[in-house]
Structures are given as structure tokens and as C-alpha cells.
Ligand binder design. Sequence first.
Ligand code: FES
Ligand code: FES
Length: 243
Amino acid sequence: MTAPTQTPASAASGVNPASAVAASGTVAAASSSSGASAAAAASAGVPASAPAATVVERPLTHFRTLPVSVKVNGEIVGPTDVPAGLMMIDYLHEYLHLTGSRLGCGQGICHACVVIVDKPDGTSEEVRTCITGANFFNGKTIRTIEGHAKRNEAGEVVELSPIQQKFLEHFSFQCGYCTPGFVNAATVLIERLKRQPIAKDKVEQTITEALNDHICRCTGYVRYYEAVKDVVMTTPGLVKDAA
Ligand code: FES
Ligand code: FES
């Protein structure tokens, strides 16, 4: 007499038990009817009367929060508890409603999202907010694109910064998406040159190096560079041997 090749469960479900285990990780899952489930459970050594596993409800995401307090454009905000992994660009947009900093690549490549960090030693630097957590800025002083122009008591812009003004005069941008990043980069450069003036023959190379990381999808590079050079050459004290 030929030995049976299928258990009652597999015969009822038409599923090969071995392949079902490989696919689902459980023998019981291979059966679709309750009778078949009982037979499969019995064949696996599980009592047929065993209670079904309790379904545990879990939130999709569990946030650990960290406090963030930052001086932004001269005003201290916070402390505010924010999710530990929240990027600074999202903190600026969603918590402070400062939407001028642009999210471009989101991967640290285009530099559209940079803000200026003012350091205790009086120097300044650009920091990318798409790859830097909001908590990194806790206790720091920053400037965003909203903080460059002078405003009146009603909050209206009354005077652009020299860099902003020259970008307008030189028609440096088209869509303007990259402009906040370029404004911040050029401003950091101008501030550095005020501390450390350069020789005239180093001006173009210095501007190139300062703006080099910033990507403009409208390819407005030349006019950005010309505008920054205009500021560098016409602001007293930035170039040692300026005419
Ligand atoms: S958006 Fe931050 S580097 Fe591109
Ligand atoms: S002006 Fe459009 S990305 Fe630079």
C-alpha cells in the first residue's frame, strides 16, 4: 500500500506544508479552514484549543523628544520639545513658520537649505538644515533668510542687505529657489573678508570657493558670482589692494 504523501490539513488546503512554512513561517498559516487549522496545529504539536495570539496594537512611530531652544534672527525661541530625529529644515518650517529656507535635494548636496550659525568667537558658518537635526542647534544663534533685510516696527522690509540688493541688480536668479542659500553663503563670505581681507588677485578664486557647493538648477551661476564680486570690490576693507 502506498503511503499518503499529504497530511489531512495539506490535503484540505491543497498547500504543500514545506513550502507553506518557507513562505509564511508557520504551518498553521498554510491552512485556510478552521478544521484544517486544527489539524495543522495538532500536527505541529500545538493544542487545538490554544487561544489565538493576542493582537498587540502599536503606534506606527514612537517619538522620543528633545528640547530645542535657538536664537533665530535675534529672537530666542523655545525651549520646545521636538522629535529627536526632526531635521532643522522641518523645525523652521513647521514649528517657526520660517519657510524661506528651501528644501532642495534633502541629501546635503545642493546647499539650498543652509542657515548661518553665529559662533561665540564672532565667526559665522553655513550649516545644512536638511541633514542636521534641530537638536544640534539647541543653544545656538542662527540667521535665516528672513533675518537679512532691515524691517520697520510693522515687520515690513525697508532695506535689503548689500548681497540681496546686488543679487537683484545683477538679475542673479530666475526661479529663486536656490537664492536663500546663495545669500547666506555670500554673507558668510563677506563677514569673513571683513575679518580677513584678501588680495585683489585672490578675489575670483575666493568667491568661487565660497559659492562652489551651491547648486542653481536655473544655472544662474555667473550672475551670482558677478554680484558677489561687486559687493566684495565696493565694500571698503574687504580687499587689501583694491583700487
Ligand atoms: S536641501 Fe539641504 S543640501 Fe539640498
Ligand atoms: S534661480 Fe532657479 S535654482 Fe537657482
